[in-house]
Design a protein around this ligand. Structure first.
Ligand SMILES: Nc1ncnc2c1ncn2[C@@H]1O[C@H](COP(=O)(O)OP(=O)(O)O)[C@@H](O)[C@H]1O
Ligand SMILES: [Mg+2]
Length: 203
């Protein structure tokens, strides 16, 4: 635990920052099985937002493990710490008025609740998006060959095969990617953000 530290308040409040930059920060938290489509949809949404001149930045599973979280493994404690750090970083981006998009399996409800609370305690909106597809479908897609390896016992504690996935009970958005195209998913997300006044669509 760090001691002898004091929070240094900014000269600019979040409200002022948002006004000056003309946009709002928030975190869109994608959760779902591996290969459900989190990264694909988050990337497409990021591009769409940037084309609308809205700052957006993606924090993605493996990428974060190459850097910030390279000291963490896949055991229970490390998974928890992985999510906690991601939530903190997403919150920082959101506080700077960027739309953070996180795509991590984040299989445990309790971890996602920690991420949500961290945001809500700071008054930063948190949008949980459940990217849902049946196990048979994601096993069929298997773009990284991970399900094959998990089934062969080469990867231990793989979500959906040998570790649980706790589906969100009341996510802000629920998308079935076996029935919804990437473009349709992006449209659903943009419409949600606009409806909640997180973004403004200018024609
Ligand atoms: N409707 C869809 N939405 C998202 N991805 C889809 C869809 N249909 C097929 N896919 C494919 O499924 C795979 C999803 O992989 P990825 O986005 O990396 O998943 P995740 O990040 O959830 O592990 C990609 O190969 C993508 O092209
Ligand atoms: Mg991914």
């Amino acid at each position: 635990m760090s001691t002898n530290i004091t929070w240094h308040q900014s000269n600019v409040s979040r409200e002022e920052r948002e006004k000056l930059l003309g946009q709002k920060g928030l975190t869109v938290w994608f959760t779902g099985l591996s290969a459900s489509g989190k990264s694909t949809i988050a990337s497409a949404l990021e591009k769409q937002l940037l084309q609308m001149k809205i700052s957006s930045y993606r924090l993605d599973g493996d990428n974060i493990r190459f850097g910030l979280n390279k000291d963490l493994g896949f055991g229970q404690k490390d998974r928890e710490e992985n999510i906690r750090r991601i939530a903190e970083v997403a919150k920082l981006f959101a506080d700077s008025t960027t739309i953070s998009l996180t795509s991590f399996i984040s299989p445990y409800k309790s971890d996602r609740e920690i991420a949500r609370k961290l945001h809500e305690d700071s008054g930063i909106p948190f949008v949980e998006v459940y990217i849902d597809a049946p196990l048979e479908v994601v096993e069929q897609r298997d773009p990284k060959g991970l399900y094959k390896k998990a089934k062969a016992g080469e990867i231990k504690e793989f979500t959906g095969i040998s570790a649980p996935y706790e589906a969100p009970s009341s996510p802000e958005i629920h998308i079935h990617t076996d029935k919804t195209t990437v473009e349709e998913s992006v449209k659903i997300l943009i419409e949600f953000l606009a409806k909640n006044n997180y973004i403004t669509i200018v024609n």
